[in-house]
Design a protein around this ligand. Structure first.
Ligand code: ADP
Ligand code: ASP
Ligand code: MG
Length: 414
């Protein structure tokens, strides 16, 4: 008798019919004698709707109240799901984050799980119930409701699988697994059968939202093998596991894009020691994570420009902070744009090969796409471009790096 954690995303529970179908799928496993813990997202579109509603109330919504609002979508689906299971003649119970006691830190809208109390879940499992846990939410030690950041239900599922020492953790979604790029953008994307935690971490951090990055981090830390698969088919999906020798070492294993960032440019800042620290300290103190930073070399008059990116949802707050400091630091102008996207190529094979970045720049140039920012690491190259060219760039790069074919050259280690 196995203990199985299954998570179903928003599109899998978008309607009552879909919830009923998912309940039947879970029940097949329960009736075969397995203990089932189900983690659910809100119905597709609901969380976005809440974000829109909140903005009608406050330009920068109060973070505590935002979490009370955001967490309500998952409350709806877990209750409906438990009803569907009961209607099929099996016992079930829905549990919210604070009932389980999924304890988090206090960082509203992007809280981190600190501890999960498994006692209540285990009690209900022992009583033969399907336990349905609301994804994406937790509670602080002071009893304030928190949410884990967009896509956070994946993290709830993996954290529960680790805490309960589950035999398997399955993430059900609207595609059949992890692909070489978003299959909804590029029809020739290829499903990857096994991928290492590290490579998945990189893909997730660069925008492959099929798995939330924190869920991959937890899976790696607690050695939880994760099976990403489709809610709508029985097909084997992608296994996210520890790296092993049988895995192909591709030059480029995936192309990702991220439309959730915004760019801020601070023009003509004094090029003196301490300026970067003074500029970025209040931003990080506000809990805003800066991603790419570019500083120009000085222009001869001890003046420079700085450009950086922040999550789009933090853009207005970040702009306010920078604008409020402009006078103090002596900045001439602050400008920004939300119409940007970051397109990246990822692959461990890049470590030993030169020319990959150049090839990326060539491909974008051939498509007439201007590169606004570039950043590289050992195993990835990212370019910020105008948002409207995202899909074009992704398809062109996927094609140019031969990802749709099975005979892509394998990287040789030096
Ligand atoms: P869920 O609601 O089930 O959590 P998400 O929308 O969060 O689903 O994630 C699934 C989506 O991730 C897919 O529909 C697909 O468009 C997108 N996606 C982006 N990159 C990839 C990738 N490399 N492989 C698979 N899906 C991807
Ligand atoms: N409902 C939340 C979101 O849309 C969490 C999730 O679906 O994982 O981001
Ligand atoms: Mg998701």
């Amino acid at each position: 008798m196995a203990l199985i954690v299954q998570k179903f995303g928003g599109t899998s529970v978008a309607t009552c019919d879909k919830i009923r179908n998912v309940a039947r799928r879970v029940l097949k496993q329960a009736r075969a004698g397995n203990r089932m813990v189900v983690v659910l997202s809100a119905m597709a579109g609901e969380t976005n709707r809440f974000v829109d509603l909140s903005r009608q109330m406050q330009r920068i919504p109060d973070p505590r109240e935002m979490d009370v609002l955001l967490s309500s979508g998952e409350q709806v689906t877990v209750a409906l799901f438990a009803m569907a299971v009961k209607d099929e003649g099996h016992d079930a119970i829905s549990l919210l984050g604070d009932q389980v006691r999924i304890t988090t830190d206090k960082l509203h809208t992007k809280a981190r799980i600190k501890n999960i109390d498994t006692a209540l879940i285990n009690r209900h499992l022992e009583a033969g119930k399907v336990v349905v846990v609301a994804g994406f939410q937790g509670v602080t030690e002071q009893d304030d409701i928190t949410t884990l950041g967009r896509g956070g239900s994946d993290t709830t599922a993996v954290a529960l699988a680790a805490a309960l020492k589950a035999d398997s953790c399955e993430i059900f979604t609207d595609v059949e697994g992890v692909y070489t790029t978003d299959p909804n953008v590029c029809s020739s994307a290829r499903k990857i059968s096994r991928i290492s935690y590290d490579e998945m971490l990189e893909l997730a951090s660069l925008g492959a939202k099929v798995l939330d990055i924190r869920s991959v981090g937890l899976a790696k830390r607690y050695k939880v093998p994760v099976h990403v698969r489709s809610t709508f088919t029985e097909t084997e999906g992608t296994w996210v596991v520890e790296e092993d020798k049988t895995m192909e070492s591709m030059l480029v294993s995936g192309v990702t894009y991220n439309k959730n960032e915004a760019r801020i440019t601070v023009s003509r800042v004094p090029d003196t020691p301490g300026i970067a620290s003074r500029l970025f300290t209040p931003i990080s103190e506000a809990g805003i994570v800066v991603d790419m930073i570019i500083q120009n070399t000085r222009t001869g008059d001890n003046i420079t420009d700085m450009t950086f990116t922040v999550p789009r949802s933090d853009y207005e707050r970040a702009m306010k902070i920078v604008e409020s400091m402009a006078g103090e630091i002596g900045v001439e102008r602050v400008t920004g744009s939300v119409d940007i996207a970051k397109v990246s190529i990822v692959g461990v094979g890049m470590r030993n090969h030169s020319g990959i970045a150049t090839k990326m720049f060539d491909v974008l140039a051939r498509e007439g796409i201007n590169i606004q920012m570039i950043s590289t690491s050992e195993i990835k190259v990212s370019c910020v471009i105008e948002e409207k060219y995202t899909e074009l760039a992704v398809r062109a790069l996927h094609d140019a790096f031969g990802l749709s074919q099975d005979n892509q050259p394998v990287a040789q280690s030096n």
